[in-house]
Design a protein around this ligand. Sequence first.
Ligand SMILES: NC(=O)c1ccc[n+]([C@@H]2O[C@H](COP(=O)([O-])OP(=O)(O)OC[C@H]3O[C@@H](n4cnc5c(N)ncnc54)[C@H](O)[C@@H]3O)[C@@H](O)[C@H]2O)c1
Ligand SMILES: Nc1ncnc2c1ncn2[C@@H]1O[C@H](COP(=O)(O)OP(=O)(O)OP(=O)(O)O)[C@@H](O)[C@H]1O
Length: 294
Amino acid sequence: MENRVLLIVNTRKPTALELAYKLMGWSKKRGVSFVAPSHESAMLGLPEYDWNISINPVDFGIVLGGDGTFLRAARMVMDYEIPLYGINVGRLGFLATGNPQMAEEEIERILSGGYRIQRRRVLRGNVTRKGSLVHVLYALNDLVVTKGPLARLIEVESRVNDYFLSLFPADGIIVSTPTGSTAYALSAGGPILPPHVDAMVMVPICPHTLYARPLVLGPDDMISLIPKSDQKEIYLTQDGQLGYELMVKDRIDISLAKDKNVLTVELLEDNYFDLLREKLQWGNVSIRQGEEEW
Ligand SMILES: NC(=O)c1ccc[n+]([C@@H]2O[C@H](COP(=O)([O-])OP(=O)(O)OC[C@H]3O[C@@H](n4cnc5c(N)ncnc54)[C@H](O)[C@@H]3O)[C@@H](O)[C@H]2O)c1
Ligand SMILES: Nc1ncnc2c1ncn2[C@@H]1O[C@H](COP(=O)(O)OP(=O)(O)OP(=O)(O)O)[C@@H](O)[C@H]1O
């Protein structure tokens, strides 16, 4: 049977478009049928994907872009259990790990089963205002309560499982998944959680105290954040890409979602710890030649 693959592309990047056209040429010879979301479908002339996957399933999704494009793709597939593989036509490439020069070979490897699936937890954030639920948001990386552009401190009350934890005066608070622990949370001094660790982390951004520390919480915990400062311009951002203005005393209840997750495709030879070393330049020392491996 012909393989069907969803193609998600950062159409603003000429290099991503170029690679998409190259792969479309390859797919015809290889007998792979690409389908695409509506925007890419219009730009590239590919058949539009019918999200009713019980009629039109795809084997997996290929993302051509950087980590931002991968996060956008993750939001698209979260409800559908479509595993994603990202080919990095961007800068860092921590989520989009594939090599554009090897794109056809890597896709061939996936088609022949040379991969494993990593199930990644996502955050669910419920925003309650004056007792009513006003937003439900999901994030693969992070949900962040943050100040507006002026250099003013905000005060955010934090609660864990509804017990009062603290009132941080800070620039904001990041709540991150293991996936997002290498993104904003890392810059704010948080720990790295490999994606198989079932946890989330809360990291204050520039807290004006000597005691604030990142806090790791478990899969059944709930973090509540309640902006207390009586000032305008407090925002909630979703994977750094979508933002919502918050009002004082809004309550954001954040937990690891039980109803959604994101599946990522990892090539068998790829390893998370190699990725940390390479991409974050974490101890750029490999085992020296001649030294015994143990
Ligand atoms: N100071 C910071 O480090 C900072 C500030 C704002 C947002 N962010 C992060 O940017 C993310 C959005 O990414 P974007 O590419 O759309 O925005 P962007 O273009 O501003 O990217 C920020 C950087 O983070 C990298 N990145 C994204 N997700 C990552 C992950 N899971 N692990 C390691 N690196 C990752 C990107 O490749 C890029 O280099 C947010 O979810 C947030 O975590 C970081
Ligand atoms: N086809 C598209 N249409 C609309 N928005 C897109 C499209 N592709 C990507 N985006 C958005 O663009 C942003 C990512 O763009 P960005 O310039 O940061 O490139 P990137 O692909 O993430 O690579 P880089 O690693 O260089 O950041 C994300 O917010 C994503 O949602």
